[in-house]
Every structure is written in structure tokens, then in C-alpha cells.
Design a protein around this ligand. Structure first.
Ligand SMILES: Cc1cc2nc3c(=O)[nH]c(=O)nc-3n(C[C@H](O)[C@H](O)[C@H](O)COP(=O)(O)OP(=O)(O)OC[C@H]3O[C@@H](n4cnc5c(N)ncnc54)[C@H](O)[C@@H]3O)c2cc1C
Length: 1010
């Protein structure tokens, strides 16, 4: 025993190789680990693998077109370091790529296609160059993290303001946007904001947006951008921001709608503004600011945008997102589906967090630029690679808690007898590359192997050679599962049987097959008539999406021509890459006995390509037709060394159907995020997960998600790297084993409750009030409570309280309190948190009563989100729960609280205030007003003359003196109470755990007198 941990990494895609990179990115790693990578077939890269076709000019053949976005901070950091180290160690002496900037080319322009009145038109966008480069080291300092939801909110507002003002200035129009309800106006006045004629806003065409921005800044705690017309208000209204934004965009729309048809660029901007406005409204309404993006992943993005008022939810901008992410279930154009939170997060990261350029192209194949240098470096560091090893099965230990055995199909052996010593790379123009097929001259089984595709599951070759069995303890200690999601149902059968979380993951996180085409033309893109609508920046080439299916994403890849070996006679002047999701015309024929399936699918996508060139490419390349005005594609444009005629020239091009389980793209469909597992929490002791199918801040199929996952796997194994640039995610939890499927709560609230219940009971032993004999039913934690209390003449409050209850008084007065709070961890006894209401906000207006000598509270109103009010209305009938939109923000010292009632048939009512504790916490003094207000263990309500009592017990109170600023408070008024603006008494409590018993009929006789 060497004492080193032996790590078996299965697969060699972005996820797996990132783990290998991170584990070995430490000079002393070989003292701690031995690392073996097992990869089926002859190359690394997975979906990002590419191959050089030596028979045809060493052209690059990809799985599909790949670009890296400028926000891929982790992936870029790794590749930058790989290039630095490869160059330092001189691992690729003849390579033309010495630094990462040699290997990548920035791209700032993109085109989306839009079909209007039967015509396809390009809509061109340009993204500014920004400071820095992706992967800059400063992003990996302790504490650095991507922007939070609230930061994106203010950035969206900044952008909205700038674009709206620009449009209005350009068109010299001042939209009529000030149609506020008087209620809203009053509230704004309360906040010290004056709409009409206010000096600070007078210069703006969209004052409402500026107000919205200020309010959003208050909500999120982000610094307000310059210029700041006046001090920001203390309060933090929520839906107001949404309303203000909505009104502004509506006003803008009205003022420009006559011109939208005439100006595609104006239409594009207005559509973008509309989508941004819906995003802002949705993020606030769904409390994404506090609950995170994953909390809206149960909804499809288009549905979510629609729900939040987007007029252009189906525009080219949205279509482009779906198309470029293959966001179609079963590849069916009629089943677009992308989880709202994950997709929105990616989109916001793309717009607001890129460095230098919005995206980057690789200047050769992805295999050549990414996986070849990674392979060379990892090999130099001491990682052992085992090609031609196909994972067939993971077997569990007897107690089903860890991986006991890995069965590998050995696909080929070395001629030299050198065991695993396969040398996988070839060199093209000095660049180390992967060939598009195995280097057969090294393989003993070469003659036979040429007939099989070793990357395909649809072959019976796998059992020809004796398998290799790896045993836990002897051959490995830990396993990193870097296979893609597609093969897991076949390779991980035992895990899926043993753990329902695994079953959920493989069933709920869907994948889709894709197809791709690469065409080499003998005329340039410009000669073929490509038009962006505007001139492309120098050194940039067409990059487009949202065009016609079945090949809706197109990019000009002529920038890789320099890396291929065409001769002048080949006359290649232009390379086109296209790809799209591939519809499933027949169920995937697992268990892979139908060896003809891949060929059938390839024939199908070749037919798509033929039909596409025949019938669909005219808008892309109007000059690629046989004659001006003709719609017949000129097949002679396709380069073909064999000089075939007409459509047959397509045979010289590259077409690919990604139909193998491992090639299937991992989707993020609505409702699936919760079923992903995090890299470090596989559920099995020695198993870690690396790949884009795991739970991470993106939870989607993209290189950065796979890289983060690989880093997280390494971190779970070795504690390294110390810094990953990502947002830590609290995932929506999966249902407990055996529990009926339901939406469950946020993970942190589901754990650690038992001890807290015991604490409540411990506090109870010191109290005179004893808990009921019956079992409690509901647990919750009340957080950040303010008790704002007013002294009220008893005769005024008497009229509001049913005669069956006796008013309780202190100091000769009745008291009314407003109690804004947050509630977390709400769950039934023994049951997972309640769907959608495990964390919420509540604001109650109460007075104090007794019955049969037992003190309690009587609620005049309880504002809470609809999901709670509706549920409570059924279960706590008779308690006045009212629907409201509530938002809070805690900047560490001050609590901002904004509530606006939205209950039908009830008077409007709102509360906007901020409060903060101003003294040390202490227990309430016996006999004090504090004790009178907070030590209440029953709530009473009366229904049809019957009095009901709900018992409540909680932890000991720790109260602090408090300050409050109330900008708007119309809730008492709505309950028929005229209270002074300033409360008579204020206390604050950080938190208390609470147990609630179901209400019962209170059998005491009424002693009400007043
Ligand atoms: C057509 C297409 C275009 C894309 N374009 C982009 C893009 O532009 N930008 C972007 O960010 N992302 C893009 N993606 C997504 C990106 O490619 C993936 O997110 C990423 O490559 C996933 O890496 P991974 O490590 O999770 O999985 P994979 O790349 O699938 O890696 C899995 C690894 O496991 C190996 N393997 C599988 N089965 C076995 C087995 N039984 N035994 C041994 N080894 C096995 C595979 O060979 C591979 O090495 C695209 C995907 C596709 C399909």
C-alpha cells in the first residue's frame, strides 16, 4: 500500500478532465494521489471531441459547432493555465498556439434570424468589448463570486433606462408614462419621491424607471449608479418596481409602436426591453432575489416570461436561446422547453458578466485547442490514460453504500504489447490533434476494428476481448464518474435500483440527440451573399441562430481554414458549420442491439442537409443559387476533391448524427433541476460526479457548467481548488425516499429541525402555560420580527373583536400591533416542508384578548403570499389571511419590508417600512409591556358563533429595542382603525422557533363584557 489515494476517473469530457486538472494542479499531488483516466475509444473530449480526417486535407470534424462564452470564467482560467504550462514545459514545440490568445478568437457580433410575413431577415447585434479577460485571476480571490440576482436586477434597470432614454432622445419623443394610481402616487410621496415637476427627475424622459431603479437599489443593497438625482429612500417596495417598469415600457411601446414595422433595429431593441421588463417583474414577483434562480426552474422560460407580462415572449431573441441550446424535448420543434431559472441565469451571465468579448471561437478543432494540450499536460504531470476502455458497469458493495467494482470492456490492445501505451495524437501543421479514427497501426486488432465505431454503443464488438475488472481497495479508492448522463441508465443500473435519487436523476433530467453539418465551399461567405444587416467587425465572421429548422444555428468557420491542409486546387474559401436538435423519429432502441440505427439516423440527417441546401439556404446565401433570381442551389459551390456532380458533392461534406447515448445533449427542462445531484453528493461513499448533468449554478449543458462540476468534484475529494468562481446553490430538495412526489422545500430548512423542536419544549418547562397533550402539527421559525404597537382606547378596538372574546389590556389600554416577519422552515410534523410555503413573509395586524383566563391574540388581518393565504383559508378557516406581495431586504443592519395587498374584494392596503434593532437582546421583564405583547400562546378566532383556539409555543424570546421608519402604512386603515403614524412601542426579535397545534373548539364559557 502506497498510502496514496487511487482515483479512477471514468470518461474524458470537460467535466472529467477538469477534475484531473484540478487534482493535479498542486506540486505535491503525486504524494497524495494516483490518477487513472479510463476513456472509451481513441480520444478525449466527449461532446467536445473533434478529429482530423487525414484522407481529406486533415480537415476538422466536430460533434457540432462550439463557442466559449466570455463568462466561462472557470473554463478559461483552466485553459489559460494549461497553455502557460504547456509552453513553459515545451510540450508542443511546433504548435502555432503558444498562449491561449493564439488559440481563441474574440467574437463581438451575432445575428438572429426572424421570420416576418414569410420572409427571413437577419437581426444583427454587437456587444461591446469589456475590460479584462475571462478567467482573470482576480476572480478567484477569496470572496469573489458572480453577481447575485439583485445585482442583475439593477443592471437590467440600468440597461433599461439607458436604452429607453436613447430611443426617446433619438425619436425626440416624451412618452406619456405617468398614469399612476393614486395609491401608488401616495406611496411614492411617502417615500419622499415627487413625480411631477420634481427637480431631480425633470431631466428624464422616463422618471418612473429612475424611481424603479432607486427602489430596486434599496431592495438589493447595491450601490446606485451615477447620476443620483436624490438620496435613495429607506424603504423597499417590491411590486412597485415591477409596476413602474411595466408602465414605462408600456408608455415607450405606445409612443413607438407605429414605427416598429419600419425599423427592425428599433423593434429588436423594444423587444429586448419588453423581455427585460418582464424579467424584472418576474424576479421580484417570484422572489428570485431571495430564493435564487433555481426556485423558478419548475417553469419553462417562455411560459414564465408570458406570465410576467412579456409581449414578445416568442421573439427571435427568445427563439435564439432555445435553438442554440437545443431546448426541445425529444428534439421536437413543437416542444420547446427550458427551465426558466437556469436559462435566465445563463442569459444574464452572458449579457452582464463577460470579459473582453461576449464569446470566443477556437482557432482549430475543440479537440485540438482544448483536449490535446490538456492531455499533454496531464500526462506530463503524471496522470495515466487508458484509452479503449469502455465502462460497462459499476457494481455496488454488499451494503450498497459504495462502488465495489468497475467493469471495463477492453476495446483494443496495443500491437507492441505495451499495455496502455497508446499514443493518441497526430500533428497537423505542428499542432497536436486527435485523429478522427483510432491510429490503427498501433492496435493489435486493427484489421477487424476498422469495421466498428468504438464510440458507439450500437456494436457487438465490446465483448470480444477479456474485460478488465477494477476492485475497490485494490485498484481504486475513489471514482469520478465523468460519463455523460445518457449512458448512466445502462452503466449504473445497481445505483439506480439502490437509490431513488439516482432513478429520479436519470428519468427526470432529459437529454436530446443533435445533428451537425460542415460544408466546405469554394466561394467566400460574402460572395455567396451573406448579409448581417450591418457590417461585421474586422476579423469577425457570421455567427447566427434562430434560423429555419432543421439546421437553425449557422456559423462561418472559415477562421479554422488555416489549420487544415487544403491545396490551392481544392479552392476552399469558406467553411460553414450548422447544427440543431434532432427530432426523435423512433424510440432510442436500447439495449443497442439494432446496429443499423446510427446509420439510419445518419442517412436521415444527410437527407435533411440535402433538403436544406436545396430549399432553405437562399436567405443565408442569396448568391449561392444557379442563376440570379433562381431558387436552385448551385451544387458546384461545394468543394469536392472527387469532382462529383450535383447533389452528390454533398458526399464530400461532413454530416453527423449525435445519437449515441453519450452524445446526447443534456437538457434543462422545466421541473428537472431539483433532480440533479451535486458533484460531491452522489449518495455513495467513494463516488464523485463530474459533468454538465450535475447540479451547479448553471445546471445545463454547457462547457462552463461541466467545468464547474469537475472543479466541485475535485474540491470534494481534495479540498482543491480553494476558489471556484460560482454561486453556491441551495437546491430545491428531492422528495424523501418513499414519499409521494411533491415540490419540496429548500434543503437548509429540511435539516436540523429535530433539535430545534426539543429546544422549544425545553423552554416550555419554565413557563406557566403548558402545551396541549395533543401532538403539535406545524413547525416554523419566525425571523426578523418587528412588534410595532399602538395604545388604543378599548372601546375602539372592542367593536372589531367578536363578543365571545374578552379584550386584554395593559396599563388600562387595549393594544394593537403590526408584526412584519419572515417565516422559514415551515413543515408539518414528520413531513418535508410544505410545497412553496416553506419560506415566506407574513405581516399581521393583531390585538390582544383572553378567554377563560388564557391570554391570546386576535388577528385583524394577516398579509401573506397567495400560496399561503389560499392554503390557510382552507386549513385555518376563519383567520383573515389575505393575499399580498411581500418583499424584504436585509443589508445586515436594517430590514426593509414592503407589502402590498392583492386580495380581490378587499380594500387596498400596503406597508412599506424599514426597521432595525438598536440595543442588546434581552428576555422580557416579568410584568412588562413586552411580556404582555409577546408571551402569547393561543390565537383565537370565531366562526358561526363558535370560538376556536390554536395553541402556539415557541422558544424563549430575546427582544431588542428597535427603530422604525414607516413610509406607507394603510393596513390599519383598511381594518377600520385610525392609528397615528408613529407606534407607541417597538421591539425586535431576530428569531424564534415555533410549534403550532391544530385549532380546536374552545369550550370555555364567554366572559366577554365590554
Ligand atoms: C452539438 C453540440 C454543440 C454544443 N455547443 C456548445 C457550445 O457552443 N458551447 C458550450 O458551452 N457547450 C456546448 N455544448 C455542450 C458541451 O459540449 C457539453 O456541455 C460538454 O461537452 C459536456 O461535457 P461533459 O464532460 O459533461 O460530458 P461529455 O462531453 O459527454 O463527456 C463524457 C465522457 O465520457 C466518455 N464516455 C461515455 N461513455 C463512456 C463509457 N461507457 N466508458 C468510458 N467512457 C465513456 C465520453 O467519451 C466522454 O469522454 C454542445 C453540445 C453539443 C452536443
Amino acid at each position: 500500500m502506497s498510502g496514496k489515494k487511487r482515483i479512477a476517473i471514468l470518461g474524458g469530457g470537460v467535466g472529467a478532465i477538469t477534475t484531473a486538472f484540478a487534482l493535479t494542479d498542486d506540486p505535491g499531488w503525486q504524494d497524495r494521489f494516483e490518477i487513472d483516466v479510463y476513456q472509451m475509444g481513441w480520444r478525449l473530449g466527449g461532446k467536445g471531441a473533434s478529429g482530423r480526417n487525414a484522407a481529406i486535407a486533415n480537415r476538422i470534424e466536430e460533434h457540432g459547432l462550439h463557442v466559449w462564452f466570455g463568462y466561462y470564467q472557470n473554463a478559461f482560467r483552466m485553459i489559460r493555465r494549461v497553455y502557460d504550462e504547456c509552453t513553459r514545459l515545451n510540450l508542443a514545440p511546433a504548435s502555432p498556439f503558444k498562449t491561449w490568445l493564439d488559440a481563441f478568437q474574440p467574437q463581438t457580433a451575432a445575428t438572429l434570424w426572424e421570420k416576418r410575413d414569410g420572409q427571413w431577415t437577419p437581426r444583427f447585434s454587437r456587444f461591446a468589448i469589456r475590460p479584462g479577460y475571462p478567467g482573470d485571476e482576480e476572480l478567484f480571490q477569496p470572496g469573489a463570486a458572480p453577481p447575485r440576482a439583485g445585482d442583475f436586477l439593477t443592471q437590467l434597470l440600468d440597461w433599461l433606462i439607458q436604452e429607453c432614454e436613447d430611443i426617446a432622445a433619438r425619436l425626440d419623443s416624451r412618452p406619456q408614462e405617468h398614469k399612476l394610481t393614486s395609491f401608488l402616487e401616495k406611496g411614492l410621496h411617502g417615500l419622499g419621491l415627487h413625480l411631477h415637476g420634481a427637480e431631480d427627475l425633470a431631466g428624464y424622459r422616463f422618471p418612473l424607471l429612475h424611481i424603479a431603479h432607486r427602489l430596486a437599489v434599496c431592495m438589493t443593497g447595491a450601490p446606485a449608479p451615477a447620476p443620483q438625482p436624490s438620496a435613495a429612500p429607506d424603504e423597499a417596495p417590491d411590486s412597485w418596481v415591477g409596476r413602474l417598469v411595466g408602465e414605462s415600457i408600456e408608455a415607450l411601446h405606445k409612443s413607438v409602436e407605429g414605427q416598429l414595422n419600419r425599423s427592425p433595429s428599433l423593434r429588436k431593441t423594444v423587444e429586448g426591453l419588453d423581455l427585460a421588463a418582464a424579467t424584472i417583474r418576474g424576479m421580484i414577483a417570484d422572489d428570485v432575489l431571495n430564493r435564487g434562480f433555481a426556485s423558478i426552474d419548475d417553469c419553462d422560460l417562455r411560459e414564465w416570461l408570458k406570465k410576467h407580462g412579456a409581449r414578445y415572449w416568442n421573439s427571435a431573441q427568445v427563439a435564439g436561446i432555445y435553438d442554440s441550446s437545443f431546448g426541445y424535448r425529444k428534439g421536437d420543434q413543437n416542444q420547446p422547453n427550458m427551465a426558466a431559472g437556469s436559462t435566465l441565469y445563463q442569459t444574464l451571465r452572458m449579457f452582464f458578466t463577460y470579459r473582453h468579448a461576449v464569446c470566443f471561437r477556437m482557432r482549430a478543432g475543440m479537440g485540438d485547442t482544448i483536449f490535446a494540450p490538456l492531455y499533454l499536460l496531464l500526462r506530463a504531470r503524471g496522470v495515466r490514460f487508458h484509452f479503449f476502455h469502455r465502462v460497462a458497469n459499476l457494481a455496488l458493495s454488499a451494503d450498497k453504500r459504495s462502488i465495489e467494482e468497475i467493469r471495463l470492456d477492453v476495446q483494443a490492445t496495443m500491437k507492441s504489447g505495451a499495455g496502455d501505451g497508446y499514443q493518441p495524437l497526430c500533428e497537423v501543421k505542428g499542432l497536436p490533434c486527435w485523429p478522427h479514427e483510432p491510429l490503427y497501426d498501433q492496435l493489435a486488432e486493427a484489421a477487424e476494428l476498422r469495421r466498428y465505431n468504438l464510440e458507439s454503443a450500437y456494436t457487438d464488438w465490446h465483448d470480444r476481448l477479456p474485460p478488465r475488472i477494477l476492485k475497490a481497495g485494490a485498484d481504486f479508492d475513489s471514482v469520478v464518474l465523468g460519463l455523460s448522463l445518457g449512458p448512466l441508465p445502462y452503466v449504473c443500473r445497481e445505483l439506480i435500483e439502490a437509490d431513488p435519487k439516482w432513478r429520479n436523476m436519470v428519468e427526470k433530467v432529459e437529454t436530446v440527440q443533435t445533428h451537425a453539418a460542415q460544408w466546405w465551399f469554394n466561394k467566400t461567405n460574402q460572395e455567396m451573399g451573406w448579409q448581417n444587416g450591418e457590417a461585421l467587425p474586422e476579423n469577425e465572421r457570421a455567427l447566427s441562430s434562430a434560423f429555419e429548422a432543421p439546421l437553425d444555428s449557422y456559423a462561418d468557420f472559415t477562421h479554422v481554414l488555416h489549420a487544415e491542409e487544403w491545396t490551392p486546387e481544392d479552392k476552399v474559401a469558406n467553411i460553414a458549420y450548422l447544427c440543431h436538435a434532432l427530432s426523435e423519429d423512433e424510440p432510442m432502441p436500447a439495449p443497442f442491439t439494432d446496429a443499423a440505427y446510427p446509420q439510419r439516423q445518419l442517412d436521415r440527417v444527410r437527407e435533411y442537409a440535402r433538403d436544406y441546401l436545396r430549399n432553405k439556404v437562399q436567405p443565408l446565401w442569396p448568391n449561392a443559387m444557379c442563376a440570379p433570381g433562381s431558387k436552385e442551389f448551385d451544387w458546384t459551390l461545394l468543394a469536392d476533391r472527387e469532382g462529383r456532380a450535383g447533389e452528390l458533392r454533398l458526399e464530400a461534406q461532413y454530416t453527423r448524427a449525435n445519437v449515441d447515448p453519450s452524445e446526447r445533449y443534456v437538457l434543462s427542462v422545466a421541473g428537472s433541476t431539483r433532480y440533479r445531484l451535486p458533484s460531491g453528493e452522489s449518495g455513495f461513499d467513494n463516488l464523485y460526479l463530474a459533468g454538465d448533468y450535475t447540479l451547479n449554478e448553471f445546471s445545463a449543458g454547457l462547457v462552463e457548467g461541466a467545468a464547474i462540476s469537475g472543479l466541485m468534484a475535485s474540491q470534494a475529494i481534495s479540498g482543491k481548488p480553494e476558489c471556484i468562481y460560482h454561486s453556491k446553490l441551495e437546491a430545491p430538495a428531492q422528495p424523501a425516499a418513499g414519499a409521494p412526489e411533491q415540490h419540496t422545500g429548500i434543503r437548509q430548512f429540511a435539516s436540523g429541525v429535530t433539535g430545534r423542536v426539543e429546544n422549544v419544549f425545553a423552554s416550555l418547562t419554565k413557563r406557566a402555560a403548558k402545551p396541549p397533550e395533543r401532538p403539535w402539527v406545524l413547525f416554523m421559525t419566525w425571523r426578523d420580527l418587528l412588534f410595532a404597537s399602538w395604545r388604543v382606547p378599548p372601546e375602539i378596538i372592542r367593536a372589531k373583536v367578536p363578543p365571545e372574546l374578552e379584550l386584554d389590556t395593559f396599563d388600562g389600554s387595549a393594544w394593537v400591533s403590526m408584526v412584519p416577519m419572515s417565516v422559514t422552515g415551515m413543515h408539518f410534523r414528520g413531513v418535508a416542508p410544505i410545497p412553496g410555503i416553506e419560506a415566506l413573509r407574513e405581516l399581521n395586524l393583531r390585538t390582544y384578548v383572553t378567554r377563560g383566563g388564557k391570554g391570546g391574540v386576535y388577528f385583524l388581518s394577516i398579509e401573506c403570499p397567495a400560496v399561503v393565504s389560499d392554503w390557510m383559508a382552507v386549513h385555518f378557516f376563519g383567520v383573515p389571511y389575505l393575499r399580498a406581495q411581500i418583499a424584504t431586504f436585509n443589508d445586515g443592519t436594517t430590514y426593509q419590508y414592503a407589502s402590498e395587498r392583492v386580495q380581490e374584494n378587499e380594500p387596498p392596503a400596503a406597508f412599506f417600512g424599514s426597521f432595525r434593532p438598536v440595543g442588546e437582546p434581552a428576555s422580557p421583564t416579568p410584568g412588562s409591556l413586552e411580556q404582555f405583547l409577546v408571551e402569547r400562546y393561543s390565537l383565537y378566532f370565531v366562526k358561526n358563533g363558535v370560538v376556536y383556539r390554536g395553541d402556539i409555543h415557541h422558544d424563549d424570546w430575546k427582544l431588542q429595542p428597535a427603530d422604525v421608519t414607516l413610509a406607507v402604512n394603510t393596513i390599519p386603515k383598511a381594518a377600520g382603525l385610525d392609528l397615528p403614524a408613529k407606534p407607541d412601542h417597538l421591539v425586535f426579535s431576530v428569531e424564534t422557533d415555533t410549534l403550532i397545534w391544530l385549532p380546536v373548539r374552545d369550550e370555555h364559557a364567554s366572559t366577554a363584557t365590554l
